[in-house]
Design a binder for this molecule. Structure first.
Ligand code: ZN
Length: 145
């Protein structure tokens, strides 16, 4: 299966937050290494739309809002058939200015925190958000067919 050879678009989180910049795109969820393992097997591309928007939290802290939208195939743990799991989620990710601040924020906040001073690949951020939306033990939402 072909994998993306790089991490796609590289982002400068603190700059995006300071300027209120947004980036968006599409990614094949099967090309995201961590996510691919969680999906039902198959070869068809799994298109997920993403948007990452810089801004400030209510507390005035730099943050990114990460939005993912689409549907991914999962294997039902009850009947082992695959079914489509809808994705529609926006998560806020707080940005620390350095590693020391990262440690403090990580303790204080329930939100996800990353070191905003380091560049990060859009795809790895999007991959993390997709993983967070996936159920630990996926089953058909109603009865199995
Ligand atoms: Zn099922």
């Amino acid at each position: 299966m072909p994998r993306a050879s790089h991490d796609g678009l590289s982002l400068d989180p603190l700059r995006m937050a300071a300027h209120g910049e947004a980036k968006e795109g599409n990614v094949d969820a099967r090309s995201l290494e961590a996510v691919a393992d969680a999906l039902a097997p198959g070869n068809e591309p799994v298109d997920v739309k993403w948007r990452i928007e810089g801004g400030r939290s209510a507390e005035g802290r730099p943050m990114l809002a990460v939005h993912v939208e689409g549907a991914v195939p999962l294997t039902c743990q009850r009947c082992l058939a695959s079914f489509e799991w809808p994705l529609a989620r926006t998560t806020r990710v707080l940005l620390a200015r350095d590693e020391a601040e990262l440690a403090v924020l990580d303790n204080e906040s329930d939100d996800e925190v990353i070191d905003g001073s380091a560049r990060i690949g859009a795809q790895s951020l999007v991959g993390d958000e997709i993983l967070l939306t996936l159920p630990f033990a996926p089953v058909h939402p109603d009865a199995c067919p």
